[in-house]
Write a protein that binds this ligand. Sequence first.
Ligand code: NAG
Ligand code: NAG
Ligand code: NAG
Ligand code: NAG
Ligand code: NAG
Ligand code: NAG
Ligand code: NAG
Ligand code: NAG
Ligand code: NAG
Ligand code: NAG
Ligand code: NAG
Ligand code: NAG
Length: 720
Amino acid sequence: MMGYLPMTTALIVAHCLAITPELMLSAPQRSEAVPNPAGTIAYFTVSQYSFDNQSSSRAYKLLDLESGDVTDWALNSVEVTDVVWLPGTKTGILYINGTNVDTTGGVSIWVGDAMNLPASTLVASLNAPFSGLKVASTSSGDIHFLVNSLAYSNGTAYNPKLGPIPRHSGRLYSDTYPRHWDTWLSKQRYAVFAGTLCANSSYNLSDLGMQNLLQGINFTATRPESPVPPFGGSNNYDISPDGEMIAFVSKATHLSKANFTASYIYLGPFDGSSAPVAFNGPNTTANDAGHEGASGAPTFSPNSSKLAYIQQDGIYYESDRWKLYTLDVNLEDKMVVTSNWKGLASNWDRSPDGIGWAPHGESIFVSAEDFARERIFNIPLNASDSFTPRNLTGDTSVSAFSVLPDSSLLVSASAVWTSREYYTTTGNGEPRVLFSALDVDAELDGVGPDTFDEFLFAGSEGGQLHALIVKPSDFVANKTYPLAYIIHGGPQGAHENSWSTAFNPQVWADQGYVVVAPNPTGSFGYGQNLTDAIQGNWGSYPYEDLVLCWEYIDSHIPYIDTKHGIAAGPSYGGYMMNWMQGHDLGRKFKALVTHDGISNILAQYGTDELWFVRHDNNGSLWENREKYDRWNPLNHVRNWSTPHFVVHNSLDYRISESEGLALFNILQGMGVPSRFLNFPDESHGLLNPENMLFWYTEIFNWINYWSGVGGPLDDVAIGA
Ligand SMILES: *[C@@H]1O[C@H](CO)[C@@H](O)[C@H](O)[C@H]1NC(C)=O
Ligand SMILES: *[C@@H]1O[C@H](CO)[C@@H](O)[C@H](O)[C@H]1NC(C)=O
Ligand SMILES: *[C@@H]1O[C@H](CO)[C@@H](O)[C@H](O)[C@H]1NC(C)=O
Ligand SMILES: *[C@@H]1O[C@H](CO)[C@@H](O)[C@H](O)[C@H]1NC(C)=O
Ligand SMILES: *[C@@H]1O[C@H](CO)[C@@H](O)[C@H](O)[C@H]1NC(C)=O
Ligand SMILES: *[C@@H]1O[C@H](CO)[C@@H](O)[C@H](O)[C@H]1NC(C)=O
Ligand SMILES: *[C@@H]1O[C@H](CO)[C@@H](O)[C@H](O)[C@H]1NC(C)=O
Ligand SMILES: *[C@@H]1O[C@H](CO)[C@@H](O)[C@H](O)[C@H]1NC(C)=O
Ligand SMILES: *[C@@H]1O[C@H](CO)[C@@H](O)[C@H](O)[C@H]1NC(C)=O
Ligand SMILES: *[C@@H]1O[C@H](CO)[C@@H](O)[C@H](O)[C@H]1NC(C)=O
Ligand SMILES: *[C@@H]1O[C@H](CO)[C@@H](O)[C@H](O)[C@H]1NC(C)=O
Ligand SMILES: *[C@@H]1O[C@H](CO)[C@@H](O)[C@H](O)[C@H]1NC(C)=O
C-alpha cells in the first residue's frame, strides 16, 4: 500500500497485484527431481532470470527424500548440461561437461560421486555437442551409455563449430517439410550414439569410440532419425538395464515425413553388431493388427526381459488415443528377438504418455491427462483390455515422476498456484510433500489455491463440459470482475491445473479479471470422442460450446462481469478469436487478443506438419476445398468490429506471420482499433523473458484500457 487514497482515485488502482508478469517471470523455475538408485536423494536444477541483471542463472540442488531438506549441490551448472545416476551405486554419477579442451564445439564425459565432486574424472572426449545421456551398468563392470547428436548422412556426428562455412545462404529442397517448428531443415539428422566406458581402464571410453546406432537402417522415403524433432529427447530412446539392448523411436522410413505421423520402435544390440529392426513396422504382426501410428516412450523393464511403449493407431492423426503395450525382448545371436506383444488396458479411454516400471517389473505406472490434470495411474502386467486404472494422484498436475525402490512414487508437480511441488506418494492416503515453491519463493507471495475453482456446463452436443476459474488474489465475493476468457490451442489440447509462463492464469487474473479457461470440443482428458469430434468442425461445436459456456457464466456466476470481458487465445485459440470476431460471440467482448493464430485457413498449406491440416479438414485442400472454406475466418470479415490485439512471430513456421499481418491489415483497413506485435526472434511460443515481459505489458495495456480496469493506452507502439 502506498498510503491513503481518496475514494475517487482509488477506482483506478482498486486492487493489489499479488503476482505481476515481472514477478512471475523472475520466479525460480525448477526441473523435475531425479532420484538416485537407492531412492534416498534426488537432484534438480533451478533456473532464474533477473530483470535487474538481464541474465539467467542456473544451479543444481539436492533434495533429501527423507527430510525434504534442499541443499546446494556444487556441480558446476555452467559446464554440466546433463547428469545421470550410475545404477548399482549409491551416489555415483555420470555427466556431460559442455566444455572440451581438445575440440571446439565438443563435450566431455565425466564419472564421479555426487558427494565428492572434486574427485570426478574425465573419461571421454567427444568431438560433437552430444546430449541426452542414458546409462546402464553391465555385469562386467563396464558402463554403457547412450547420447544423441545431429549426424551427417555418412553417420559421423555433426559439430556445427567445425563444419565448412557455406558460400551462399540458399536452401534447395526436393521434398515437403523444408522447415519444421522454428528450423529450416539441413542435411543432418538426429541419431542415437552408443559408448562403452571400460572398467579395466578407469572407465575410459573404449577404443571403438562412439557408434551411431542408426547406421545401416535402409529407407525408401524418410531417413531414419531419433530423437524425432522438435520435441523428442532422451525419452525417444532407452538402454536395457543389463546394458545389452537399445530401443529408439524413428518415423516410418517408407512414408513421406510431412504427410504422416507414423513412427516405430527399433530394437537392436547395444554393440551395433546388427542393424536395429522396427519390430512394429510394416508387415509385422503388431502393424497388421492395426497399430500403425506414432510410437513413443520405449522403456525396458528392470530385468531387461520386456519393453513397454505407447502407440497410436492412426497413421496421420497426431491426437489419436495412445495405448500402452508390452513386448518380450531377448538378445540371441546378436539380434533382439521379440515376441508376445500385448496391449494393457487397451479400452481405457485415456492417453498414457509417460511410463515407469514398478521395481520388480510386476506393473507399469503411467501418466495421462485426466479432467484438467496430468495424473498417474497403475496398470498390472496382466491387465485385460477392459481394465480401468485408478488415479494415484489428485488435484495438481504431474510434470514427471520416478518409481522408488519401495514402489512409492517421487512426483514433480505444479498447479495454477504453484510453480513446483515435489512429493512422494503410494497412491493411498495423503501424499508426503517434500518441497513447495509457495513456501520459499518471495515472488509467489500472496498466491495460493483459494483463487482456483472449476465448473461444468452443458456443451453443444449435450454432454457436460469442464471449465477452470482463476480469481484475482485479492478477490472478494461481493464485487464483480470483468471476464478474461482464455481459449487453448491445439485444438486438441487442454487447460489444466498447472503452472505456465505463457498465459499464466493467475497473472491475468491479478490484473483485475476472473479468468475462465474452458475445455470445449477437441479437448484432451475427457475421452477420445470429445477430442475426435472437432475433426472437420473447427468453427461449429467448439464455437457453440464457447457460446454456451459464456451464457452459463453470464447467468450463474454473479462475481463475473461479462459486459466488460475480454477474450484471448494462442494458435487454434487465436483462430477462435478470429472466428469469434466474425460471429455474435465476438460482440460480447470489449477486446480480443490473437497470438499466432490462423486468419485464412486456405493458406494453411504453408504450415510444416501437413498431416495435421489434412486430418483436421477431412482431406487435402484439393480434395476438400469446401470444408476448408466453410470454417475460414476471412469469410466473415464484414462483421469484424471488436478492438483486436494481434501477435505474430517471425520464426513461427506452424502458422506463418502473414496470417497475423493479414488480420492486422484488414482490421486497420476497416477502422477497427488494433495493434500488431511481432518478435523477429521468437517462434510459436515465446522463450526470452524480456520478450515475454513486453508481451504481457502490451497485451495488458490493451485489454485493461478496453475493459476499463486500466488507464489510457500507452504510446509505445510505432505509428505513422
Ligand atoms: C544479480 O547479480 C548480482 C551480482 O552479480 C548477484 O549477486 C545477484 O544474485 C544476481 N541476482 C539474480 C536474481 O540473479
Ligand atoms: C569441465 O571441463 C573443463 C575442461 O576440461 C574442466 O576444467 C572443468 O573442471 C570440468 N568441469 C567439471 C564440473 O567437470
Ligand atoms: C562424413 O562427412 C563429413 C562431412 O562431409 C566428413 O567431415 C567426415 O569425415 C565424414 N566421415 C566419414 C567417416 O567419412
Ligand atoms: C578392457 O575392457 C574392454 C571392454 O570391456 C575390452 O574390450 C578390452 O579388451 C579390455 N582390455 C584389457 C586389457 O583387458
Ligand atoms: C584414460 O585416457 C586418458 C586420456 O584421455 C589417458 O591419459 C589415461 O592414461 C587413460 N587411462 C587408462 C587407465 O587407460
Ligand atoms: C540394406 O540394404 C542393403 C542393400 O540392399 C542390404 O545388403 C542390407 O542387408 C540391408 N540392411 C538391412 C538392415 O535390411
Ligand atoms: C510388405 O509386404 C508386401 C508383400 O510382401 C510388400 O509388397 C511390401 O513392400 C511390404 N511393405 C514394406 C513397407 O516393406
Ligand atoms: C523378469 O521380470 C518379469 C516381470 O516384468 C517376470 O515375469 C520375469 O519372470 C522376470 N524374469 C526373470 C529371469 O527373473
Ligand atoms: C483421483 O481423482 C479424483 C477426482 O477425479 C480425486 O477426488 C481423488 O482424490 C484422486 N485420487 C488420488 C489418490 O489422489
Ligand atoms: C464486501 O465483503 C467484504 C468482506 O469480504 C466486507 O469487508 C465488505 O464490507 C463488503 N462490502 C459490501 C459493500 O458489502
Ligand atoms: C464414442 O462414440 C462412439 C460412436 O459414436 C460410441 O459408440 C461410444 O459409446 C462413445 N464412447 C464413449 C466413451 O462415449
Ligand atoms: C501426401 O498426401 C497428399 C494427400 O494429402 C497426397 O496427395 C500426396 O501424394 C502425398 N505425398 C506423399 C509423398 O505421400
